[in-house]
Design a protein around this ligand. Structure first.
Ligand SMILES: Cc1cc2nc3c(=O)[nH]c(=O)nc-3n(C[C@H](O)[C@H](O)[C@H](O)COP(=O)(O)OP(=O)(O)OC[C@H]3O[C@@H](n4cnc5c(N)ncnc54)[C@H](O)[C@@H]3O)c2cc1C
Length: 565
């Protein structure tokens, strides 16, 4: 059994920031990560990170209050406003700290941190490093972790949390390169395991983003919140669904249909291409559904008028992606784009310090729901969320372990280990003939087609019955190869259980919410209904079945209003 004071699960931005803060707070903290930390999905973030610095010529009047209002309005009033205040008040100092740690932000002519406009923002407030913002942030935080000699366990995959009397005692993890399965005892566990993108087809996320952390927390008794709110990014490359950053529109890119019309004029006459993502994604799909898409499946993102110099300076990687994956040079031709699943607004329910309902289990970043994004996240706010709330979770973890002696060997770990062993025996000696890869693909398509950008009660019900059939098939899996070493089949088959359960939770939440709010659009209930639905959806794992309840939204100073852009 391996023992540490604080175990952070996840080597992305939220996890690294948490581990750094816990270490600085005097705790002994380590990081467990399914992939080497710098390969976490955070490194794929392109467009930037928000803070009301007021550095842009037309952004001098920006304030944290304005950033907060934009975030709350962007969230369609479902965000908890006390959490949004924390996020936006801390934004500027967070950026300065990152800058002092070495993040090479792009600069204005006077040498200040450059800021570009992003969707739903009143001012240009998205700080960026060309179109590689996530990568430079992640490498900088990784350096800070190395400087503090924080121990990393790369390629360890957490299979389950060990909880007794609603207190987290540690976890069970699988070491991919050697096949070892180990118990890790901890006084505090921080989950920073990212989103569940691949529960849906056409996701912009890394392949490892399957929500295995959210599922493990849910099985361990931590409720999930607002899971029906799934962000679809308006612009991903047709075919691969590699993201084309909102920064491309922030720099002035146009969206055009097959008739060469800038169709956003009809849907958001003021904000145009820089309306929030939920609105732009629905507009694109409406154009396609009404026959104005190209080949009935996509629209164009046109950057040609920006000129080669600006594209090379501000969007070099976007150009690279378009050239390599779509054979289109955006300097000369428009990029074919379509909406793709992008972000999980919902997640493990936490308070403002990252505490979950399970004692000793904290969560931060995309796997958590504090909630600052409500029904729709604004671009540039997620990177900020990971760093701000990753930091608070680390600080709280260090306080929790202060003077607390390491618990003696807990039976919870041994019990959980036994359950994991049982699951392995079932997976390795299956007698059925169902292929987990087939189940996974069917699930992803059902979710994209029936619980996607436009939802209808009847279709969600069909999705639910298909998901339940797939769950039944999952109980009859064919045997997977039994080697323990580097067994990706095992990893995939194991995480599929969580994906099926998360899909069911997302679909149930979507069916029950009979209104349209942010990313959740019900064609059969097309308006927002504050009287009945201004509330968070909570779901707990009771007796193996999801149990739904609702919780009030915290409103501090911004009363819900109509959302016009
Ligand atoms: C292509 C793309 C571009 C984006 N661009 C932007 C942007 O410009 N601005 C913005 O604000 N947001 C952006 N986002 C969103 C943002 O990048 C993410 O929400 C954020 O980086 C998530 O960080 P995280 O630390 O929570 O999780 P991640 O970076 O996803 O890290 C999750 C970590 O958890 C580990 N992990 C997961 N499960 C397990 C397990 N079972 N056992 C062990 N380890 C596990 C993984 O190894 C990984 O280290 C973008 C997202 C994508 C997909």
């Amino acid at each position: 059994m391996i023992k540490h004071q604080v175990i952070v699960v996840g080597g992305g931005l939220a996890g690294l920031r948490a581990a750094i803060a816990a270490t600085d707070g005097g705790a002994e903290a380590v990081v467990i990560s399914q992939v080497y930390p710098v390969r976490s999905h955070s490194g794929a973030a392109q467009g930037g990170i928000n803070a009301p610095l007021g550095n842009a010529e037309d952004g001098k009047d920006d304030t944290w209050e304005r950033h907060a209002l934009d975030t709350v309005k962007g969230s369609d009033y479902l965000a908890d406003q006390d959490a949004v205040e924390v996020l936006t008040k801390k934004a500027s100092s967070t950026i300065f700290e990152l800058e002092h740690w070495g993040v090479p932000f792009s600069r204005t002519a006077e040498g200040k941190i450059a800021q570009r406009p992003f969707g739903g923002g009143a001012f240009p407030r998205t700080c960026y490093a060309a179109d590689k913002t996530g990568r430079v942030l992640l490498h900088t935080l990784f350096e800070q972790a190395l400087k503090r000699k924080i121990k990393i366990y790369p390629e360890w995959i957490v299979l389950a949390l060990a909880v007794e009397e609603n207190t987290c005692r540690g976890l069970i993890a699988y070491h991919l390169p050697t096949g070892t399965i180990e118990e890790f005892q901890a006084q505090v566990v921080i989950f920073a395991t990212g989103g569940y993108g691949h529960v849906f087809a056409r996701s912009t996320n890394s392949l490892i983003n399957t929500g295995s952390g959210m599922a493990a927390a849910y099985y361990a008794g931590a409720p999930l919140k607002d899971m029906e709110f799934v962000q679809f990014h308006p612009t991903s490359l047709v075919g691969t669904n590699i993201l084309i950053t909102e920064g491309a529109r922030g720099e002035g890119g146009y969206l055009i249909n097959k008739n060469n019309e800038r169709f956003m004029e009809k849907y958001a006459p003021k904000a145009m291409e820089l309306a929030p993502r939920d609105i732009v994604a629905r507009s694109i799909l409406t154009e396609i559904n009404e026959g104005r898409g190209i080949e009935d499946s996509y629209v164009y993102l046109d950057l040609r008028h920006l000129g080669k110099e600006k594209i090379l300076e501000r969007l070099p990687e976007i150009r690279d992606h378009a050239m390599h994956f779509s054979a289109v040079d955006p300097v000369e031709k428009p990029i074919p784009v379509q909406p793709g699943q992008h972000y999980s607004m919902g997640g493990i329910d936490t308070d403002i310090d990252g505490r979950t309902e399970v004692e000793g289990l904290l969560a931060a970043g995309e796997c958590a729901c504090v909630s600052v994004h409500g029904a729709n996240r604004l671009g540039g706010n997620s990177l900020l969320d990971t760093v701000v709330f990753g930091h608070s979770a680390g600080v709280v973890a260090a306080q929790l372990v202060q003077g607390k002696p390491c618990v003696e060997d807990s039976s919870a770990l041994l019990n959980e280990r036994e359950k994991v062993n049982k699951r392995l025996r079932v997976l390795f000696s299956g007698t059925g003939n169902e292929d987990p890869a087939v189940i996974r693909n069917e699930l992803k398509n059902i979710m994209f087609d029936k619980v996607g950008i436009f939802r209808r009660g009847e279709e969600i019900k069909e999705a639910l019955s298909s998901i339940r059939e797939l769950k039944e098939k999952y109980s009859r899996l064919r045997v997977i190869k039994s080697t323990r070493i580097f067994n990706i089949d095992f990893v995939r088959a194991n995480e599929l259980k969580g994906m099926l359960d998360l899909a069911e939770i997302i679909a149930c939440g979507a069916l029950q919410r009979e209104e349209s709010r942010g990313s959740h659009f019900r064609s059969d209930f097309p308006t927002r209904d504050d009287a009945n639905w201004l509330k968070h959806t909570m779901v707990s794992n009771m007796l193996e079945a999801p149990q739904f309840s609702y919780k009030d939204v915290k409103i501090t100073r911004w009363q819900p209003e109509a959302r016009n852009y």
